[in-house]
Ligand binder design. Structure first.
Ligand SMILES: [Zn+2]
Length: 328
């Protein structure tokens, strides 16, 4: 690990309060993002963001809290890995082959154990389009049972977006899982059991979480957003139901798909508040006979003060909620 990673490790000390930790991490990410435009040579420096040990044997690369861009190299999601006594499970590979390669370098920097499992938490391009960097013939590639269909439907479109960012990303492609999870699946990495859970439609229709029994860490991926506005691409009502069951009492630490790490409770409550406000607002609009444009105008500021990237995604969330709730 380089010096920056070591500093970040220090900042992520578990002795800090979750809020203080989040604030420091976000400040750190902001500083990293701010230097990128200064030097074209740093164009893809975001693909080299540090991997931080957030719990014993669990490493996370925090994505920057920005929209996808050439400057950030698509490194906007939290990705990482868990090390067992025998082998390593990688959880999400990022948006590009380069990010997948960065995961492999980060693994090699801290252990000589092989990667035995490559886990995709869901179809979105910022999470699982670095899979091409891995030799999927020598490991088990896992995803939700609905992931292969979602990749077939969305993959070509997502690839166009990635390839348009930079010619450097031309070799990025998408790789469907070789094994899918119907309900739950427990994996032994060697004295370390991790449990995969496939959820009903929520953030997407193919959300998968990972729970590490040793540290009681839940890798919630995009079922939980911290600071950045949650994006609705599955089912609003389904997501609200999933949130009721997502963080069980035995969970000590939660890794969200975006943002800082904490025990997850406050993050979940804030997200639930936003999604419930959308649900209630859209239901009222439907009761009042409003069409989508009128509903968008009425709800244009719902939650605005609470979230990063609000304008980029809030309108789409409203439209998605409207099309779901109008059939109630
Ligand atoms: Zn997502």
């Amino acid at each position: 690990m380089d010096l920056r990673a070591a500093e970040c490790n220090h900042l992520m000390s578990r002795t800090a309060s979750p809020h203080a930790t989040r604030r420091r991490v976000l400040q750190g990410l902001g500083a990293a993002a701010a230097i990128l435009p200064l030097d074209p040579g740093l164009l893809h420096a975001a693909a080299e963001l540090p991997f931080v040990e957030v719990a014993s044997g669990i490493y996370v690369r925090h994505g920057v809290q920005e929209e996808l861009s050439a400057a950030n190299g698509g490194a906007i999601a939290n990705i990482g890995f868990i090390i067992g006594a025998d082998s390593v499970a990688v959880i999400d590979s990022g948006a590009t082959r380069q990010q997948g390669e960065a995961v492999l370098r980060a693994v090699a920097a801290v252990t000589d154990r092989p990667v035995s499992h490559l886990i995709a938490t869901h179809v979105h391009l910022d999470h699982c389009f670095g899979h091409a960097a891995f030799d999927t013939g020598s490991l088990v590639s896992l995803g939700h049972h609905r992931l292969p269909r979602a990749l077939a439907e969305r993959g070509p479109f997502y690839l166009e977006r990635i390839h348009a960012l930079s010619p450097d990303f031309a070799s990025t492609t998408f790789v469907p899982p070789t094994r899918t999870v119907e309900d739950t699946l427990t994996i032994d990495l060697g004295n370390r059991l991790i449990e995969l859970a496939a959820w009903p439609a929520a953030h997407t229709d193919n959300d998968l979480t990972v729970f590490d029994h040793r540290t009681k860490t839940l890798w919630a991926a995009d079922l939980l957003f911290d600071a950045r506005l949650p994006t609705l691409d599955g089912s609003l009502l389904g997501w609200l139901e999933v949130l009721d069951r997502l963080i069980t009492p035995d969970v000590d630490l939660v890794v969200p798909g975006h943002g800082g790490i904490s025990d997850g409770r406050a993050t979940l409550a804030r997200q639930r508040g936003y999604l419930a406000a959308i649900r209630d607002g859209v239901r009222d609009a439907l009761d009042d006979g409003l069409d989508i444009p009128a509903t968008l105008r009425r709800l244009e500021d719902t939650g605005r003060a609470d979230w990063l990237l609000f304008d980029a995604f809030h309108g789409r969330n409203i439209v998605t909620a409207y099309t779901e709730l109008e059939w109630e």
